[in-house]
Design a protein around this ligand. Structure first.
Ligand code: ATP
Ligand code: MG
Length: 566
């Protein structure tokens, strides 16, 4: 965290922690961020990361990074690598506290044996389908499994044989013996171990039985001495089970599970399952495609860690679900880059302009301001000459009302340069405009007129002779609906709502020469066009820029309107 970041706003979880420290229930706070390495992290995970690492930092405790790797079929070391990279990039550090649930498989196995010995767990041979039928519904109690009352000896023997690989996948499971009539379905003899015959990314072929999330999570928390186990609301109904395991096993450390609302963001999806479909089916170019709400996608798009942390602070942490507007996320990155990003001129859709009364062989070095928000960023020189390019959109042959840019006979200011007046429009045989012929007023150097005459428009430009060619990728929302998954119940996939125009590639953009030295990851503002970030695909002679966000800030408008109403 940089020094000038604001103090975190309080929330109900911080209140609980402060109380626990005050009353002496805990001497320190130990949290964990527990991702399953089955995909890349997304902005929802950032909320959890900022919360867990944030409270640990603010209350002088620590936060563990623990991989919840109990499902070998879906997990991959590539995901482990990317998750570590993303957490670090966000600005957090787990120090020496990197853990894997798989490190505890021996301990968990011993705990399961203990439960069996207490008569609190049994091996069940019901098929998955039968198990579903026996489980009952929200309104009807479940039915006890015919295997429920096996003897401890028989269960110990069967469980050992499960471990030794004597049964096929799905043939049997180990279940906790709790209460088939419980109103909470999670308590109806949940499965705690299942057979999975797959190689594990860390334990290899040592195990063919793996603990379920509910069994592994509370025990991992307990083994690590976690004080506050923060998770999202969908685990609220699992809390009695979390507590049941720890109570029955009489563990020394019994962490408190506290649930908070997950982040939902409009115009995107935040589920690894859905995101991996987008990747696997080629709807995007990869997990780090700049249109993805993944941390790596956002990084490639040009988001800063500071802007994501700021976003997580602003959305807060509460108990009730809501949907956050994408405009807030965009506001946060604009706010950050406005202060940091140096300004440059770039023309995305070039239109040639010849300044007929400017000498042929003269090149002037004009002074431009690097960042009007930060004087210390200084100035730079930009070359100006007889032939320049302007943005095609900045000229209209028949300007509509309120169009204040260039048009036949009209005078505008070229940013940092001169006033020019359009004298002639040159077209090709197809009737397309290929060139404008303009005159300039030498007395307006720097963009000011000596006689006080005003121009309504200021446009950006680049000198033709000096311009650097570049590719620019413009991104739009990945989905056309605020909630792309809303029709899933009707059988309509979220993928039906992918925005076909979410990526526009412009190959013939022209940049001021000062941009020639840019390196992948550099973030800049192209005046009037937005914030851009150099893509890692760039090569020495082929620069590629991703547009992070435009300059127009709809969130600022919303805030202003709300403030006006108050
Ligand atoms: P997904 O639903 O995307 O598959 P997950 O919950 O299965 O996510 P995990 O790897 O288990 O992914 O998540 C690690 C941690 O991040 C968990 O504590 C989880 O509660 C939290 N988390 C996941 N998604 C969000 C979200 N949208 N908002 C806040 N926290 C989240
Ligand atoms: Mg999960």
């Amino acid at each position: 965290m940089t020094k000038n970041e604001k103090p975190r706003p309080s929330n109900f979880i911080r209140d609980i922690i402060e109380e626990d420290l005050k009353t002496g229930k805990h001497k320190t706070v130990i949290t964990r961020f527990p991702p399953e390495p089955n995909g890349y992290l997304h902005i929802g995970h950032a909320k959890s990361i900022c919360l867990n690492f944030g409270v640990a930092r603010d209350y002088g405790g620590r936060c563990h990074l623990r991989f919840d790797d109990t499902n070998p079929k879906k997990e991959d070391p590539e995901y482990v690598r990317s998750i570590m990279e993303d957490v670090r990039w966000l600005g957090f550090d787990w120090g020496e506290h990197l853990y894997f649930a798989s490190d505890y498989f021996d301990k968990m196995y011993a705990y399961a044996v203990e439960l069996i010995k207490m008569g609190k767990a049994y091996v069940c041979h019901l098929s998955p389908e039968e198990m579903r039928l026996y489980r009952g519904t929200l309104t009807e109690p479940g039915k006890e499994s015919p295997y429920r009352n096996r003897s401890v000896e028989e269960n110990l023997d069967l469980f050992e044989r499960m471990k030794n690989g004597e049964f096929a996948e799905g043939e049997c499971v180990l279940r906790a013996k709790i209460d088939m009539a419980s109103p909470n379905i999670n308590m109806r003899d949940p499965v705690i171990y299942r057979i999975v015959k797959a190689s594990h990314h860390r334990t290899g072929d040592k195990w063919c039985i793996y603990p379920t999330y509910d069994f592994a999570h509370c025990l991992s928390d307990s083994i690590e001495g976690i004080t506050h186990s923060l998770c999202t609301l969908e685990f609220e109904d699992h809390r009695p089970l979390y507590d049941w395991f720890l109570d029955e096993l009489k563990v020394e450390c019994h962490p408190q599970q506290i649930e908070f609302a997950r982040l939902n963001l409009n115009y995107t999806v935040l589920s690894k399952r859905k995101l991996s479909q987008l990747v696997d089916e080629g709807h995007v170019q990869g997990w780090d495609d700049p249109r993805m709400p993944t941390i790596s996608g956002m990084r490639r798009r040009g988001y800063t860690p500071e802007s994501i942390r700021d976003f997580c602070d602003r959305i807060g942490v509460a108990k009730s679900d809501n949907i956050v507007d994408m405009a807030l996320l965009e506001h946060c990155i604009r706010d950050d880059l406005n202060k940091k990003a140096p300004r440059f001129m770039a023309v995305l859709n070039p239109l040639k302009v010849v300044i007929t009364n400017y000498p042929e062989d003269v090149v002037e070095e004009l002074t431009a301001i690097n960042n009007p928000e930060d004087e210390s960023m200084g100035t730079r020189k930009v070359p100006f000459s007889r032939v320049i390019y302007i943005e095609r959109d900045d000229f209209r042959e028949d300007p509509p009302r309120k169009f204040f840019r260039l048009a036949p006979g009209r005078e505008v200011r070229l940013r940092y340069a001169y006033y020019i007046t359009c004298q002639e429009v040159v077209k090709n045989e197809q009737g397309e405009i290929v060139e404008l012929r303009c005159t300039y007023d030498p007395a307006t150097k720097g963009g000011y007129s000596p006689d006080g005459r005003k121009v309504k428009g200021t446009i950006h430009w680049v000198s033709a002779e000096h311009a650097v060619k570049a590719e620019v990728r413009l991104y739009d929302r990945l989905f056309i609906k605020p909630n792309p998954a809303e029709d899933e119940k009707k059988g309509i996939s979220f993928k039906e709502y992918i925005n076909p125009d979410s990526l526009k590639i412009l190959k013939n953009c022209l940049l001021e020469p000062n941009l020639a030295q840019c390196k992948p990851g550099d973030r800049v503002q192209f005046e009037r066009l937005g914030y851009f970030c150099v893509d890692p695909d760039s090569q020495e002679n082929h620069l590629i820029f991703n547009r992070t966000v435009t300059l127009r800030d709809s969130w600022a408008k919303i805030e202003k309107r709300l403030a006006g109403k108050r």
